[in-house]
Design a binder for this molecule. Structure first.
Ligand code: GAP
Length: 511
């Protein structure tokens, strides 16, 4: 199936099964804003727990924070967001559609990559086991030609971004013959900068209201609380502050479902270190974060690091963790070495000392910071696109969400075979025992086969069926979502079987 079709099906599936809804749908929707349904909110909460506990429970020197969304407006001046949190935008004069100039060029780069991959896949099929991919990539003329186009464009693009050269970005779009996906024309406006922050007013006008911003990242709430946490927690460097919370960006192009949203949630860690050690810590956090992703079992080959073409105004090193989405490798998480930029700026703008006295070297300094920053929603999309599966079976087919059981919204569905003979009561007794530890659902509607399919589509890893034998010997069948195998087990043993499979501890032991 074409990856585009797969993605459309995934979006439809998320709506049909109560994962994600368009915001304000009955009013025709609000662009790039989404609501999470009954299953979506559970999956989201499980992702957040996996992240939070992996940071705060597993690292003795990481503590949490929950700072407000509204903050003093000078914070955003100090952080550089008022002046520099911009995206380069371009309009197509025929379709009147607006695009991010950098994204148009990135898509062009992805096209060259896709052409190379296609050649490799074709050759692989032709030569079978004898295929030497490395040699093919180094010698095939079509691969080499596309690689050269990619490298030349990449170099030119990186330079234009680093020089903030908007004219050159437009020139690249023209030279590459990039067309508007809607009108098909090359009738472009000039490229302009567009600030992504939303603003609003605080206080009534008669009081003298002031312009404030909806935070575009949670990180600044951590920086401005650095001294509070360090002092009250008697924290010793190196230490980290973790936070999960909403962020808002007036994205120019809202695309790809929950990949790029205007209201989203971030999970961020700011890790404070001694100056000069930041690049070592940057490498350490790269390794820790990649392990966190790969422990979910979606295949190591589907992840990669991507170096930034342009460093953000605050960074001296930066890398993205990318995942192979149905629309290609894209960023899920950013890891930045932010130097002392933010704390030094807040020191300057607030007039308050933001320092750490390091007893080991008998010196006072502004700490350096390594940041890991991941979008909850983007992680949600990563998990759900990796889990979505269409399977042909002997007699029919099924759609199944092969979610890691630890993240699945519902851990088990309990089903009486028929709605009589005290089987429903027995099923409810089982739920009453297990509901303290697991999210359980009772399901008695339709045939057992239909109920299994419904639970597969939701991603429930275990279905427990109560039949007449249950009333005699207190055993049930447990059916496993991925293998569809069934076995007969005692009711008393259910907690242990399920508990082991959905244990977050097991996941943490892999980190
Ligand atoms: N504090 C650093 C920071 O915010 P970023 O690379 O702009 O860095 C970090 O964002 C992560 O937040 C991204 O890797 C992505 O997962 C998520 N993110 C950023 N913008 C987003 C958007 N418009 N919609 C959904 N997630 C977004």
């Amino acid at each position: 199936m074409a990856q585009e079709d797969l993605f459309k099906k995934l979006v439809a599936h998320c709506k049909e099964y109560g994962y994600v809804f368009q915001s304000s749908e009955i009013y025709d929707g609000l662009s790039a804003v989404y609501d999470y349904g009954q299953y979506g909110v559970e999956l989201k909460n499980n992702i957040k727990k996996y992240w939070w506990d992996s940071m705060v429970l597993l690292h003795e020197n990481v503590v949490g924070l929950d700072s407000a969304i509204f903050m003093h407006p000078t914070i955003w001046k100090a952080s550089g967001h008022v002046d520099a949190f911009n995206d380069p935008l371009i309009d197509n004069k025929d379709s009147k559609k607006r695009y991010r100039a950098d994204v148009l060029i990135e898509d062009q780069l992805a096209k060259y990559e896709a052409k190379i991959d296609k050649e490799v896949a074709k050759a692989q099929k032709r030569f079978g086991d004898a295929f030497d991919e490395k040699q093919f990539r180094e010698t095939n003329p079509r691969v080499l030609a596309n690689q050269k186009k990619y490298d030349d464009l990449h170099e030119r693009f990186a330079k234009a971004l680093n020089d903030n050269d908007l004219k050159e970005l437009k020139q690249i779009i023209e030279d590459e013959g990039i067309v508007c996906p809607v009108s098909g024309s090359r009738n472009w406006t000039d490229v302009r900068q567009f600030n992504l922050m939303f603003s609003t007013e605080m206080g009534s006008t008669s009081d003298g209201s002031s312009k404030i911003y909806l935070r575009p990242e949670t990180a600044q709430g951590i920086f401005v609380n650095y001294m509070n946490v360090q002092k009250s927690g008697r924290m010793k460097i190196p230490f980290g502050i973790a936070q999960i919370g909403k962020a808002f960006r007036n994205e120019i192009v809202a695309r790809q479902f929950i990949f790029r949203m205007r209201e989203f949630e971030q999970m961020e860690l700011q890790f404070f270190v001694r100056p000069g050690t930041e690049l070592d810590w940057f490498e350490k956090w790269k390794t820790i974060r990649m392990k966190w992703h790969q422990a979910l079992g979606f295949g190591e080959e589907n992840y990669r690091f991507h170096e930034h073409e342009k460093l953000a105004h605050y960074a001296n090193a930066a890398v993205d963790v990318e995942y192979k989405f149905p629309f290609g490798f894209k960023e899920v998480e950013g890891i930045h070495s932010r130097t002392d930029f933010d704390l030094a700026q807040h020191e300057k703008y607030s007039g308050k000392k933001i320092r750490y006295f390091d007893p080991e070297i008998n010196e006072s300094y502004v700490p350096y910071v390594v940041e890991t920053s991941i979008g909850v929603d983007r992680m949600f999309l990563q998990v759900i696109s990796a889990a979505y599966c269409e399977e042909e079976l002997e007699k029919d087919s099924r759609v199944v969400l092969k979610l890691p059981p630890v993240l699945a919204p519902v851990k088990l569905a309990v089903m009486p075979l028929v709605k009589k003979d005290r089987l429903p009561e027995k099923a409810r007794e089982i739920i009453d025992k297990l509901k303290f530890d697991f999210n359980c659902k009772y399901d008695e509607k339709d045939s057992i086969g239909k109920r299994y399919r419904r639970q597969d589509a939701v991603g429930t890893p275990f279905c427990v069926t109560v039949d007449h034998q249950t009333t005699e010997d207190n055993t049930v069948t447990i059916r496993y979502r991925d293998s569809m195998e069934q076995e007969r087990v005692t009711i008393a043993g259910l907690g242990k079987i399920i508990g082991e499979k959905v244990s977050m501890r097991k996941l943490f032991e892999k980190l």
